[in-house]
Design a protein around this ligand. Structure first.
Ligand code: PEP
Ligand code: MN
Length: 260
């Protein structure tokens, strides 16, 4: 690749922590979860609005009606908010709602047409955007998506390692295949790279060890799913943790700079 990605200020802290529900469900669920996370020191919230589910018939996100709820918690709690976008209409709505950070999901990263459409819809816009690895272990496809955003003029680009789907692995929902993000980091040392232990693990009891591994490997941060009542979550229930459990876990992680 001709140019390397530039370093940019990740935000409020390094390592960067983003936490929040897999999906925004109701105004009450969002507010209670955010209030709990803020109490634990989290400053950047994630929450899916449009959900790319593997099989039809699953909950596919509440959609556009969640955007005013997000604006409300941003105002009330002073947090930044990150959401997934999968097409130009999502981008437009997210920008209109003054969402702070965008990400491209693993099922979108595999499709160059989709990524290009998203990139084109962001020309002239300065917003941080993260690209999850594609579901398949294809480093070139991941890099290609990052390049499409770079070529559209985005300056604050980052990568999220969420593991790779597989048929056989019974330990992880998505195999970490650490060598792939390590190779990405080796090729692009300035590109911020964060880890998503929630989608790698698929169950909450593995979150700590995967998070610690990522920090030991010098990842730049973590994005973790947290819900006020994880077992009742409308998507990804087994891997979500309460804000209190998340805070406890973050405080146990060994890193030079976390001060929650
Ligand atoms: C998510 O972040 O909730 C999500 C759908 O993740 P992924 O794109 O990694 O499957
Ligand atoms: Mn999820």
């Amino acid at each position: 690749m001709a140019r390397s990605f530039e370093a940019w200020e990740l935000g409020l802290e390094n390592p960067l922590f983003i936490a929040g529900p897999c999906s925004v469900e109701t105004p009450e669920q969002l507010e209670e979860t955010v209030a709990g996370l803020v109490k634990q020191g989290v400053k950047i919230i994630r929450g899916g609005v449009w959900k790319p589910r593997t099989r039809p018939g699953s909950f596919e996100g509440v959609g556009t009606i969640a955007l005013p709820w997000i604006q409300e918690v941003k105002k009330k709690y002073g947090v930044k908010f990150a959401i997934e976008v999968a097409n130009p209409s999502h981008v437009k709505q997210a920008l209109d709602a003054e969402v702070d950070i965008l990400w491209i999901g693993a099922r979108s990263t595999v499709n160059p047409f989709t990524v290009q459409e998203i990139a084109d819809s962001l020309r002239g816009v300065d917003i941080p955007i993260f690209v999850k690895n594609p579901v398949n272990p294809d480093l070139a496809l991941w890099i290609g998506a990052l390049e499409r955003l770079d070529q559209a003029g985005l300056k604050r680009i980052g990568a999220i390692h969420r593991g790779f789907s597989n048929f056989n692995d019974t330990t992880y929902r998505n195999s970490p295949m650490w060598q792939i993000p390590i190779e990405l980091k080796t090729r692009f040392p300035e590109l911020p790279l964060i880890n998503d232990p929630s989608h790698i693990c698929g169950k909450r009891d593995l979150l700590f060890e995967v998070s610690q591994m990522a920090l030991d490997l010098d990842f730049d941060g973590l994005i973790i799913e947290s819900h006020r009542d994880p077992d009742q979550a409308w998507s990804d229930a087994p891997q979500q943790v309460t804000p209190e459990a998340l805070g406890e876990m973050l405080r146990k992680l060994k890193t030079r700079t976390i001060n929650l």
